[in-house]
Design a protein around this ligand. Structure first.
Ligand code: HEC
Ligand code: HEC
Length: 323
């Protein structure tokens, strides 16, 4: 009897030991990829968060930012904001919480490397262009809703560009840097991060209109989403915004049976090319409190094309400047 009890006890202890050992082992398996337990999710405090939602951070074109970016600074930033907690950057480096990032620029988005991506990211399609990386790193969840990369994003656009320059450098043959167009270079972002969004002081609209293209402007107005809020045809209905037929030369914020904000109504006078240019560059600066919740068209060439398009929407288009 006694020896039986002893045997049972020993067996019980052994079983308990094995279970304990196995659970530890399985536990290790489960978490072995997540060494950095204390990953700080909220590493980057947005300096001045652009109000929630809007995943449209591209105030300054990435080509312009990259032209003055610094891969060394980017490497430091990747450490500082915590990318290194989840990613390795060396050739052949292991996947961690996130995939290895060697040679990422130009690669397919959310594919390969034996990493199991979320469908949010793997379903994106396309490659990691500089633009895509810029959007992604500004707001991962904005770029791919449901992504596994639980990281707030890098709000400072120059820091983002530095990091992208660093990523670009991690390759035997780095993808060529984009060349900023003249129009992109024109608005000098001298006043700091957000300054580039106020480019009204660039090349005069008159000069730009001379080479503007109404058809390109029509395409642009679709691409940028003006059509979501405006109709452009003769007698078209007001939507979220007023109908825009024959707008060039008309009084600002009047008529058409549309109820304008007092912010825009405070602007007297007519929609000259100049006024339209300023308005479309940054509606919220032009008329603080406007109902047109639209970021603006930072590219002055695109703006000129859109204005040329608006001009064409008339039985009797206004003369071009200097004509
Ligand atoms: C908390 C962990 C974490 C942090 C911090 C983090 N990432 Fe990620 N990253 C991930 C995960 C997880 C994925 C995979 C996302 C998915 O599948 O939705 C990912 C994906 C990526 C990808 C796409 C890779 C591919 O092959 O398509 C890039 C690029 C990237 N991260 C860059 C960065 C950079 C740069 C930083 C720092 C600014 C950073 N990440 C910070 C976890 C993280
Ligand atoms: C999210 C909806 C929205 C988008 C997108 C939008 N607008 Fe507007 N737009 C409005 C609203 C609302 C107003 C009225 C603003 C006010 O009263 O403050 C307006 C006013 C205007 C006016 C002044 C009209 C007048 O009669 O005085 C012009 C011109 C204009 N928008 C052009 C554009 C162009 C061009 C685009 C694309 C580049 C665009 N809008 C994108 C909603 C929008």
């Amino acid at each position: 009897m006694d020896s039986m009890e002893v045997n049972k006890t020993i067996a019980a202890v052994l079983v308990a030991g094995i279970v304990f050992f196995l659970s530890g082992f399985i536990g290790d398996l489960l978490v072995s990829n997540s060494r950095p337990h204390q990953v700080a999710f909220k590493i980057e405090t947005p300096a001045e968060g652009p109000k929630g939602g809007a995943p449209a951070p591209a105030a300054t074109p990435i080509a312009v930012l990259l032209a003055k970016a610094d891969a060394g600074r980017g490497e430091d930033a990747a450490k500082k904001v915590g990318c290194v907690a989840c990613h390795t950057f060396t050739e052949g480096g292991n996947n961690g919480v996130g995939p290895n990032l060697y040679n990422i620029v130009g690669e397919p988005i959310g594919k390969g490397k034996g990493f199991s991506f979320s469908s949010a990211l793997s379903g994106k399609g396309g490659n990691w262009s500089f633009d895509a990386l810029n959007e992604w790193l500004a707001s991962p969840a904005g770029f791919a809703k449901g992504t596994k990369m639980t990281f707030l994003g890098v709000k400072d656009e120059q820091q983002r560009a530095d990091i992208i320059a660093y990523l670009r450098s991690l390759s035997k043959s780095p993808v060529p840097l984009p060349t900023p167009t003249a129009a992109e270079l024109n608005p000098p972002p001298a006043g700091g991060k957000e300054a580039a969004a106020a480019p009204a002081a660039d090349q005069s609209i008159n000069a730009l209109l001379a080479s503007a293209d109404a058809a390109a402007g029509e395409a642009e107005s679709k691409k940028l989403g003006c059509v979501a809020c405006h109709t452009f045809n003769d007698g078209g209905k007001n939507g979220i915004g007023p109908n825009l037929y024959n707008i060039v030369g008309e009084p600002i914020a009047q008529g058409k049976g549309y109820s304008f904000s007092s912010a825009l109504q405070a602007h007297k006078g007519n929609w000259t090319y100049d006024e339209l240019n300023k308005w479309l560059a940054k509606p919220m600066d032009y008329a603080k409190g406007t109902k047109m919740t639209f970021m603006g068209v930072p590219d002055s060439k695109a703006r000129a094309n859109i204005i040329a398009y608006l001009r064409s929407l008339s039985p009797n288009p206004q003369p071009l400047p200097g004509k």
